[in-house]
Design a protein around this ligand. Structure first.
Ligand code: GLU
Length: 304
């Protein structure tokens, strides 16, 4: 097998300012790329319009720049790539992987959850839309899942296996508003940008088998995956705007060092962010990463 030159990426959604959890993903993805002699890209995942906050993208990019992150290429926006997403959807449809679904959110909320807590699509529209639903104009497109489990080896979390039919069901690849769903867009964009390595939080681990399923159907080689421990607050919640995660401080060095030690990397003694980056890339050791799905965030990252 010829191995492609390493391309990594950080793909924030512009739903608010960066917090400690996002810094961990940005730092690890960047160090892993640089230490491998690879390229590192930034992609703004702004297709989920209701969640997109005006000004968040500019704030994220300003913080990344202040913290010393430099992307190896122009920043791309997912919202500007709908033609690529639509082409992929057309290909999947032509190959018989998709079906229209007229179920309402309310109807789907009644489906029984799998052990993960995720609601499993009950297959209502899989074999066609029932006549009483035919007048409904709002339709999503779902991707059929097969009977076999999807398995992959995560560089940190080890063997991961998910029976898509039992744990997820046929999933949405184009939303009822016509926009590509995250599970489709992320696969198409990673492939288009030549991404070989995805380094991101373990909160996305349960989505990865869906993304592998999409990639296989489109004939793409899936990237390697490394799912990092997610930073949680004292109540056990993933840091997010809703859980009052603090916006990253203006001064980069203490936060970079906190993120570095959260990742269990060997201690560094930089005096400036520039020194931090040189030392961090030289010292980056994926074998030291804690092989767990979550870890407490440092106190400085959480508003108590
Ligand atoms: N945009 C996603 C998020 O901010 C990350 C997607 C990914 O890394 O694949 O949660």
């Amino acid at each position: 097998m010829t191995s492609r030159a390493y391309v990594g990426r950080f793909a924030p959604s512009p739903t608010g300012p960066l917090h400690f959890g996002s810094l961990v993903a940005a730092l690890a993805s960047c160090c892993d790329a640089r230490a491998s002699g690879g390229r590192w890209l930034v992609r703004i995942e702004d297709i989920d319009e209701p969640r997109t906050v005006p000004g968040a993208e500019a704030a994220i990019l300003a913080t990344l720049a202040r913290y010393g992150f430099v992307a190896d290429g122009p920043v791309v926006r997912q919202s500007e790539r709908s033609a690529l997403h639509d082409d992929a959807l057309a290909r999947l449809a032509a190959d018989g992987h998709l079906f229209e679904c007229a179920c309402s959110r309310r109807e789907l909320e009644g489906a029984p959850p799998a052990s993960s807590g995720e609601r499993v699509y009950p297959g209502t529209c899989r074999d066609g839309i029932a006549p009483d639903r035919a007048p409904r104009a709002q339709r999503s497109l779902r991707m059929r899942v097969g009977a076999t489990a999807v398995a992959f080896r995560d560089r940190l979390q080890g063997e991961v296996r998910q029976d898509l039919a039992r744990e997820v069901g046929d999933f949405v690849v184009r939303r009822a508003d016509g926009v590509a769903a995250y599970q489709l867009a992320v696969v198409v964009d990673d492939e288009d940008q030549g991404v070989t390595d995805v380094v991101r939080g373990a909160d996305l681990l349960a989505s990865t088998p869906r993304q592998i399923h999409v990639a296989r159907a489109l004939g793409f080689a899936s990237p390697r995956y490394l799912h990092l421990p997610v930073a949680i607050d004292p109540a056990g919640h993933k840091l997010s705007k809703q859980t009052k995660a603090r916006e990253l401080p203006h001064d980069p060095l203490p936060a970079l060092l906190d993120a570095w030690s959260f990742l269990d990397q060997s201690p560094l003694r930089p005096r400036t962010p520039g020194e931090f980056w040189a030392q961090a890339i030289a010292a980056w050791a994926p074998a030291r990463l804690p092989p767990v799905a979550m870890l407490p965030a440092p106190r400085s990252a959480v508003q108590l």
